[in-house]
Design a protein around this ligand. Structure first.
Ligand SMILES: NC(=O)c1ccc[n+]([C@@H]2O[C@H](COP(=O)([O-])OP(=O)(O)OC[C@H]3O[C@@H](n4cnc5c(N)ncnc54)[C@H](O)[C@@H]3O)[C@@H](O)[C@H]2O)c1
Length: 314
C-alpha cells in the first residue's frame, strides 16, 4: 500500500456501488466498474447524470467525471491496475469468500481491498485467504456520495497499515472515516439506528403516534441536534455548566429507570402488515424518485449549512 490512489475498482454496481463510483470519479480517480447486470452502461450513465450535480453542490469539480468511469468485462479486468477496490456485491458470505479470493489473486499486491458489507464482518470471509492483511470493511451509509460517515472495521487478520491506508483513502474522497476496533454485529451506526427503530415501531404499534408524526418528532428534534452534536456531547451540554457528570448523576438516574420500560415491538405478521400499510398510506402517494430526490436535496442543504459554519469557525 503506497497511500496513493489513482485507480479504483468498484465491484457490484447496485445502490451502493453506483454512488461510490460517482464519488470516486468526482475526486479524480479512474474508476473501473464490474457488475454482471445487463443494464450496467445505462445505470452508470443515469447515476452520473443524477449524482454529479450533488457533488458539484458540495464544491467538487465534476468536469470529465464520466470519462474517468470505465466498464470492465469482469472482476479480474476491473481490479488489474487498482490501488483500491470497493466491493458492493450481494450481502452473502459465500459470495464474499469467493470474490475476495479472486481479488487477492487478481489485484496488485499493494491494492487495498474494502467491503461495503453492512452485516458480514471481514473475519467471516477472509479465513481462507492467502493474504487477508489488506482486507477490511469500509461500511458507508446510503447514499455514500452524500452521507460522510464510513465505518472502517478491520478483521482479525487485517494489518494496522491497511487500517491507516483506508482512513487516508476515505479522507481523500471527502468522507469521514471512523475506525471501530471490534467486529460487533451491525457495527455502530446500524446498531444505533436499530435501537431507535425498535422503539419507533413499538410506539406506532401501541398507537402512541402515526408513522408520519414519529418522523416529524425525529426530524424536528433529534435529527437537527444529531447533525450538530452527537449523543454524548448533547448530554454534556444537556447537563448545563455541570456537564455530563451532572447529567449522569441527576437526570441520568431517571433516564436509566426509563430503559427498563423501553418497548419490544410484537411484529407479529398482523402487526407488521398494519405497520407496512400505515407507512405506505403516509408516503405511498409519492414515487421512490420523488422521495429520494427530496431527501437528497435536504441532505445537501444540511451538509452545505454545516460546511459554512466550519468556514466561520476557521
Ligand atoms: N443499500 C444500503 O443501504 C447499504 C448501505 C450500506 C452498505 N450496504 C452493503 O453494500 C453491499 C451492496 O448493497 P446494495 O444495496 O448496493 O445491493 P444491490 O442489490 O443494489 O447491488 C448489488 C449488486 O451486486 C451485483 N453483483 C451480483 N453478483 C456480482 C458479481 N459476481 N460481481 C459483481 N457484481 C455482482 C448485482 O448485479 C447488483 O447490481 C451489501 O454488502 C450491503 O450490505 C448497503
Amino acid at each position: 500500500m503506497n497511500g496513493e490512489f489513482r485507480t479504483a475498482a468498484v465491484i457490484g454496481a447496485g445502490t451502493i456501488g453506483l454512488s461510490w463510483t460517482v464519488l470516486f470519479a468526482g475526486h479524480g480517480l479512474t474508476v473501473r466498474v464490474s457488475d454482471p447486470r445487463p443494464d450496467l452502461a445505462e445505470a452508470v450513465r443515469s447515476t452520473v447524470d443524477a449524482f454529479a450535480p450533488h457533488l458539484a453542490r458540495q464544491g467538487v469539480d465534476v468536469a470529465g467525471i464520466a470519462d474517468r468511469i470505465v466498464l470492465a468485462d469482469d472482476v479480474a479486468e476491473a481490479v488489474r491496475d487498482a490501488d483500491v477496490v470497493q466491493e458492493n456485491g450481494p450481502e452473502d458470505v459465500e459470495f464474499k469468500k469467493n470474490l475476495f479470493a479472486t481479488l487477492v489473486a487478481e489485484a496488485p499486491a499493494h491494492a487495498l481491498l474494502l467491503s461495503s458489507s453492512s452485516a458480514i464482518p471481514a473475519t467471516a470471509f477472509t479465513g481462507d485467504l492467502a493474504d487477508a492483511s489488506r482486507v477490511l470493511i469500509g461500511h458507508p451509509f446510503n447514499p455514500p456520495h452524500l452521507i460522510p460517515l464510513v465505518e472502517v472495521v478491520p478483521g482479525a487478520r487485517t494489518s494496522e497499515e491497511a487500517v491507516t491506508a483506508a482512513v487516508t483513502f476515505y479522507r481523500f474522497v471527502g468522507r469521514t472515516p471512523v475506525v471501530e476496533r471490534k467486529e460487533i454485529p451491525g457495527f455502530v451506526g446500524n446498531r444505533l439506528q436499530n435501537a431507535l427503530s425498535r422503539e419507533a415501531i413499538y410506539l406506532v404499534e401501541q398507537g402512541v403516534v402515526t408513522p408520519e408524526d414519529l418522523d416529524e418528532v425525529v426530524t424536528n428534534s433529534l435529527g437537527i441536534r444529531w447533525a450538530t452534536v452527537g449523543p454524548f456531547l448533547g448530554s454534556h451540554l444537556g447537563g448545563g455548566p455541570g456537564g455530563y457528570r451532572h447529567m449522569a448523576e441527576h437526570i441520568g438516574r431517571s433516564m436509566k429507570k426509563m430503559w427498563a420500560g423501553l418497548g419490544t415491538p410484537s411484529q407479529s405478521p398482523e402487526e407488521q402488515e398494519r405497520l407496512i400499510e400505515a407507512v405506505e398510506s403516509a408516503y405511498g402517494s409519492s414515487t421512490y424518485s420523488e422521495l429520494a430526490e427530496a431527501r437528497d436535496r435536504r441532505q445537501i442543504a444540511v451538509l452545505s449549512a454545516l460546511d459554512s459554519t466550519r468556514e466561520e469557525n476557521r
